[in-house]
Ligand binder design. Structure first.
Ligand SMILES: C[S@@+](CC[C@H](N)C(=O)[O-])C[C@H]1O[C@@H](n2cnc3c(N)ncnc32)[C@H](O)[C@@H]1O
Length: 404
């Protein structure tokens, strides 16, 4: 998009600023936008239509530093793209009204809806916990199923927040089901979103395969602090993480770790010694996601499942997590690592599991497989498992496996 100095820019028709306490939202038609640092001075500058160059000069007079002035100029560009500002001289700058999700996005949401165990547990929990007249926030609304579940359960209004570009598709789903006036779709990361009112209930399904790495703790803690009424409720409430010792099938092990055979093979092919690479893999944590058949077909479980720790998903104070548990081998074999799963209490009494052995297993999650340097174990051997999630590295969940 090129900005011409002479093009006349003005605020969009029906532009609205909605405030509740400290929260402020920009509303254009049915689109809600979170203001950034310089949105308000920029909107103010173009309340009266003026050329781009006059608007920039006006902002320059209020900017305290050149950086601030540059940021304001960038904000003009952003607000034009979002349709908050418009230019009749350049109608092509108007935002695309009909944006579409990517194929990857569609597949994710199809898989989630096919996972009826997960979805039904959440819907049943919403039916029980939503009170007539509640304001609900759905973090990561995606296909919108939980927002609509909350509306059906009696919520007066639902704010459905989604970071990824599902575009108009989610809105069309709300319209098709008659919820257009009771559910407001807000595009953006929940941590950057303000709402015109606080919620009685926050619902989210943003748990990754290992619970932590979709930033569930951070998003929930932020929402509890900024978007929830005092004494408001949050679901899900608790996840309990389990592990089983396992001999991984050879095919999977050779795909996901560096085996001594690889080093020998590279030696033959390239005439070079890469054994340091083989050794290096055990310095950090080798971890992968697996589907149950991938790991159970040909794998051998060397222990029962042991609970490593429970993670509170409400009243979150710390973003870091650590838990330790002892585990006993029930059969001898080569220990390659730990196969994890979690049980989730959406609310007490409405539980689901990602246990690969459970008959009623939800199917959209995979299981974390934490590798260790292979070791021979015997029945009765005891080991210590230490799970560490460091919030400074949101993508890391480490599981230390030590012989006692
Ligand atoms: C597993 S999907 C759940 C979709 C839908 N709520 C359901 O239950 O079928 C999680 C969605 O949350 C979104 N998401 C994750 N964290 C978010 C956040 N902090 N703010 C907004 N969207 C978020 C992701 O982009 C993804 O679309």
């Amino acid at each position: 998009m090129t900005l011409d100095a002479k093009m006349v820019i003005r605020c969009a028709e029906g532009l609205n600023l909605s405030a509740a306490g400290l929260a402020l939202m920009i509303q254009v038609g049915d689109t809600w936008i979170t203001p950034m640092d310089y949105s308000l001075p920029v909107i103010d500058a173009f309340r009266v239509p003026m050329t781009f160059s006059d608007g920039v000069k006006r902002l320059q007079a209020t900017a305290r530093t050149p950086d601030e002035w540059m940021a304001m100029t960038r904000e003009i560009h952003r607000l034009l793209q979002l349709g908050v500002l418009v230019s009749d001289d350049a109608p092509d700058l108007a935002p695309a009204r009909e944006t579409l999700p990517t194929a990857k996005e569609v597949k994710l949401h199809v898989d989630l809806l096919r996972d009826s165990v997960r979805t039904q547990v959440y819907l049943a929990a919403l039916k029980e916990i939503v009170r007539p007249g509640d304001v609900v926030v759905d973090i990561g609304t995606g296909n919108g199923v939980l927002a609509m579940g909350a509306a059906r359960a009696g919520a007066r209004h639902v704010y459905a927040i989604e970071a990824n570009p599902m575009g108009q598709t989610t809105r069309r789903i709300f319209e098709a089901n008659g919820f257009a006036d009771r559910i407001t779709l807000i595009q953006g990361w929940s941590v950057t979103v303000n709402l015109p009112e606080k919620a009685d209930l926050i619902v989210s399904e943003i748990l990754s395969n290992d619970v932590f790495t979709e930033n569930a703790l951070q998003s929930t803690r932020d929402a509890e602090r900024r978007l929830l009424k005092p004494g408001g409720r949050v679901i899900p409430t608790e996840a309990r993480i389990f592990g089983r010792l396992i001999t991984v099938p050879d095919r999977l092990r050779s795909q996901r770790t560096v085996a001594p055979g690889d080093v020998a093979d590279w030696g033959r092919r390239y005439g070079l010694d890469f054994s340091a690479l083989h050794d290096a893999q055990w310095h950090g944590q080798m971890q992968t996601w697996v589907s149950p058949p991938e790991v159970l077909d040909g794998g051998v479980l060397l222990s029962e499942a042991v609970e490593i720790g429970a993670v509170q998903l409400t009243h979150i104070t710390s973003l870091a997590y650590a838990a330790t548990a002892e585990i006993v081998c029930v059969r001898a074999g080569r220990l390659d690592g730990v196969l994890g799963h979690f049980d989730l209490d959406v609310i007490p009494g409405h539980r689901m599991t990602t246990d690969p052995l459970a008959e009623a297993r939800a199917n959209s999650w995979r299981n974390p497989l934490w590798f260790c340097e292979p070791m021979q174990v015997s029945a009765g051997d005891r080991l210590r498992l230490t799970l560490i999630h460091e919030h400074r590295h949101p993508l890391s969940v480490e599981l230390k496996i030590e012989r006692l």
